[in-house]
Design a protein around this ligand. Structure first.
Ligand SMILES: [Zn+2]
Ligand SMILES: [Zn+2]
Length: 327
């Protein structure tokens, strides 16, 4: 389908800033929907051929610039259970990136001036959100040691404990991206998303953006969600096990049972900068503005930085360059 302005006939899009549909041609806010843009190979607006890739749920006509939403890919089994609409618009995303580049100690001075922006896309990335109930059973042997002195003698008292924990945890919406094209580690770093702002799916939210259907089903991607939930359960368990001098686990069971898995679309901006023949992708969380990406490291700057502080800092930081997480 395609959304058309009732005033001027232009293609209306969803505006993250305004939080509603608008027409970029006349600023009108009244839009109607044109049905019939299935997985046909031509644009409903101008008839030009469209290039539709395997998982695309929307595409942009190269000739007239219209954003077309492919009906069959937002309906039935592909209708998302929920969507987080973009809250960060393109202008804001660019501002955030520029601030980011300026603040980076390790970016070569020429990166901003000499890199070219190769691609800039707002994308609704398909995710599965899993709900789990976790049952944790833990048994361990703990000791607490108390040392004191009386007169010339030092006394040591060791108390032994049987430590047992039985916990139940509800995990809601553990996210795993269902797009092969998106790197898993980067998508994990995009978290957290605030699901309180989620909306019931409507095709309008996708107008003006790119989108994909889930590339894989909830069952085949579940291992990643389980690992996340297990790690979190482990952290929560450890929080309750403080205060012992030593603690030897005898049994630890974390049992997860899946309650639900829901299909959702989450907003991500992807920018690709080209610098000295190499692509540098950056990802901006379309809801929170969090940036994940890496810039090239200038050796001179790294050394200068290490020299003015101390070598250990330089060592530690140079390992972090691959993927950096910046809030
Ligand atoms: Zn208009
Ligand atoms: Zn067209």
């Amino acid at each position: 389908m395609l959304f058309r302005c009732k005033n001027c006939g232009g293609n209306t899009v969803y505006s993250p800033e305004k939080g509603k549909m608008y027409c970029p041609h006349c600023d009108g806010i009244d839009s109607g929907e044109i049905e019939g843009a299935g997985i046909r190979a031509e644009c409903v607006n101008c008839g030009a051929p469209l290039e539709i890739k395997e998982y695309n749920s929307t595409c942009k006509c190269e000739y007239c610039g219209s954003y077309i939403i492919l009906d069959e890919r937002v309906e039935g089994e592909y209708r998302p259970r929920m969507v987080l609409p973009f809250q960060i618009g393109m202008k804001r995303a660019v501002e955030l990136l520029k601030e980011e580049f300026k603040s980076r100690v390790f970016t070569p001075g020429t990166f901003l001036a000499e890199s070219t922006l190769e691609e800039m896309k707002g994308m609704y990335v398909p995710f599965w959100l899993y709900d789990y109930k976790a049952d944790i059973n833990y048994i361990g042997k703990g000791t607490k040691v108390r040392v004191w002195t009386g007169g010339d003698t030092e006394y040591t008292e060791t108390s032994y404990y049987r430590v047992a924990r039985n916990m139940g945890i509800d995990f809601r919406k553990v996210p795993v991206d269902a797009s092969i094209a998106m790197p898993d580690d980067v998508m994990d770093l995009m978290e957290p998303f605030d699901y309180n702002a989620s909306k019931e799916f409507q095709a309008e939210y996708m107008s003006g953006f790119y989108g994909e259907i889930y590339n894989e089903g909830a069952d085949s991607l579940e291992e990643r969600a389980k690992r996340k939930a297990e790690n979190d359960a482990d952290v929560l368990l450890k929080d309750t096990l403080g205060g012992y001098t030593s603690l030897i686990p005898e049994r630890k069971d974390i049992c997860l049972s899946r309650k639900e898995a829901n299909y959702a679309l989450l907003p991500v901006w992807r920018y690709i900068y080209k610098y000295q023949e190499k692509d540098y992708p950056f990802y901006v969380n379309g809801q929170t503005g969090k940036i994940i990406g890496s810039t090239p490291v200038s050796r001179k700057k790294v050394l200068a930085y290490g020299g003015t502080v101390f070598a250990a800092v330089w060592m530690a930081l140079s390992f972090l360059i691959g993927i950096m997480e910046i809030l």
